[in-house]
Design a protein around this ligand. Structure first.
Ligand SMILES: Cc1cc2nc3c(=O)[nH]c(=O)nc-3n(C[C@H](O)[C@H](O)[C@H](O)COP(=O)(O)OP(=O)(O)OC[C@H]3O[C@@H](n4cnc5c(N)ncnc54)[C@H](O)[C@@H]3O)c2cc1C
Length: 497
């Protein structure tokens, strides 16, 4: 029985994926399982991945990380949501805010089957100027550059410092780090990986291997030939240019995503600098024009040389193949419009721990892992496609293509149901809440034609009173909040910039 247990795990790659995996597995299994991480300083990491979603807090909490200490170290800021500018039409702006929008009217009354949006849709029939986001504390706080940690929030941080922070923890918990370039991967007669050969001549053996080698996919792709499902017909962006700039003002508590003629630009404020980048399709715009668009839309001085990154959107059909699991960019890529990649790393690790295999006979666990991961990626993919598909822009062939493309059936149905009824169909384990879907669809121009009929049972006078009270309460909450900068200064100001 015990001879079948995994005794050694080898992680190839030391970017965010490698060190997040190393930290969690060493926290849980070290020293019972020996964990080795191989990374190459000469190759380096992708060096982006600085905006997150609220679940990152659970990941850090599981590692026992002190929030203030971590934010000081990574020069992090807080994130209450993502502002999308120019996504519907040029000039439009809306926010995908984390946290509640409105109170649960249903819970406080007998009208328990409808959600906030149903009541709001009826309310809006009378008060046309009412805005959905008037009832989101995160949205209102963002607009006032305020912050409070009693609502739902995530972080912006320096990706390389996050990896460094996790490396320190992992090494403390027993991970052995090996520096060197992997030049060959040896398999046994079954096709299982048994050894990594490094340029230095060193050999690293293990029972199970985790491929965190980024876009290179050295183990799962190059060595084991796990097929890559290409989604670029739905998400035609294939390039990004990233650059860091100096801060010109206090950091805003949200990520900005501004759509351009061919793609979009991110702006991620940290304590000491701003992370910027443009995502575009090289079929519709060349690198020089993309670089110019990016740089023309940055306020501060450039601190780094703009760097082009190529990618193909999609995923490995089998992110776990034989005795190898892919985590991070090695397993797939979805552009960072909703800051989901680090979260997919988190859920991948969590899923693997749940289904933790023995050395052999893990067919069932592997099948389950691959099926769950495929479903999760597809659901995130649909949210990203939604942003592009629901555009009304006519300033380039790119946007027209996105609007006219045939979208996945799963997404078609979601849009149809929301448009007809305001209902969001969800499946267990969906990463995006109903509120997220509602905000994106409303923000990009869909107003549902109907709401739940139970709403009509509430007398109009009561409906108006409930909405007035909600506004009053949220305005009071807002008034008492510190500014984002004040909160950072008192809680997690970095020692040096
Ligand atoms: C443009 C862009 C923007 C992004 N923005 C966000 C965001 O805002 N939020 C978010 O959550 N995610 C974002 N992501 C995704 C995020 O950056 C990645 O998910 C995350 O950084 C994990 O990357 P990785 O560790 O898989 O790969 P990498 O960082 O590329 O690391 C690969 C590692 O493998 C090692 N390696 C490779 N080959 C060898 C070899 N032969 N021998 C030894 N070592 C080797 C490298 O040295 C490195 O250590 C973004 C991605 C891109 C491309």
């Amino acid at each position: 029985m015990s001879t079948n247990k995994i005794k050694s795990l080898v992680i190839a790659g030391g970017g965010s994926a490698g060190w997040m995996t190393a930290a969690m597995l060493s926290k849980l299994f070290s020293p019972a399982i020996k964990i080795i991480l191989v990374e190459s300083d000469a190759i380096g990491t992708v060096g982006v991945g600085e905006a997150t979603i609220p679940a990152i807090k659970n990941f850090n909490r599981m590692l026992g990380i002190d929030e203030a200490d971590f934010l000081k170290f990574t020069k992090g800021t807080f994130k209450l949501g993502i502002q999308f500018d120019n996504w519907g039409k040029v000039g439009d702006s809306y926010m995908h805010a984390f946290g509640r929008v409105g109170n649960s009217i249903a819970a406080s009354s007998e009208f328990s089957d409808a959600s906030f949006i149903d009541y709001w849709l009826k309310y809006k029939q009378k008060y046309d100027s009412s805005d959905f986001w008037d009832f989101s504390l995160n949205y209102l706080a963002s607009k006032d550059n305020k912050f409070c940690d009693e609502t739902s929030y995530a972080y912006h941080f320096d990706a390389s410092l996050y990896a460094k922070y996790l490396r320190e923890l992992s090494e403390k918990w027993g991970v052995e780090r090996v520096e060197g370039k992997i030049t060959n991967v040896k398999k046994d007669e079954r096709g299982f990986i048994k050894q990594l050969n490094l340029e230095s001549g060193k050999e690293v053996s293990g029972d199970f291997f985790i491929d965190c080698t980024g876009f290179r996919s050295l183990l799962i792709g190059e060595t084991l030939g796990s097929e890559y499902e290409d989604w670029s017909h739905w998400l035609p962006a294939d390039s990004a240019i990233a650059v860091q700039s100096s801060s010109t003002k206090q950091p805003i508590p949200y990520t900005r995503s501004t759509a351009h003629k061919v793609g979009w630009q991110w702006c991620i404020p940290l304590q000491h600098r701003v992370g910027n980048g443009i995502v575009y399709s090289s079929k519709f715009m060349d690198d020089d024009e993309a670089r110019k668009t990016l740089v023309d839309n940055i306020d501060g001085d450039l601190l780094t040389e703009p760097r082009v990154i190529r990618f193909k959107t999609g995923m490995r059909v089998e992110p776990w193949k034989n005795n190898c699991l892919a985590i991070g960019l090695a397993s797939g890529f979805l552009e960072p419009l909703e800051s989901t990649s680090l979260h997919l790393i988190h859920t991948g690790i969590k899923r693997f721990v749940k289904l933790f295999p023995s050395k052999e006979n893990f067919h069932k666990e592997r099948t389950e892992y691959n099926s769950q991961t495929n479903n999760e990626y597809q659901r995130v993919r649909d949210v990203i496609i939604l942003h592009y598909y629901l555009n009304q822009r006519d300033d380039s062939d790119f946007w027209i293509y996105c609007r006219e493309m045939d979208i996945p059936e799963s997404l078609k149905q979601k849009i149809e149901t929301f448009t007809r009824t305001s209902r969001i169909e969800q499946k267990e384990g969906d990463m995006f809440s109903k509120r997220s879907w509602q905000q994106i669809m409303l923000g990009q121009g869909i107003t549902p034609n109907g709401y739940h009929p139970i709403v009509d049972l509430m007398p109009e006078s009561q409906l108006e009173k409930v909405f007035a009270q909600m506004r009053e309460k949220i305005e009071m909450e807002l008034e008492n909040l510190p500014t984002h900068q004040e909160f950072i200064d008192s809680f997690c100001k970095a020692d040096s910039y």
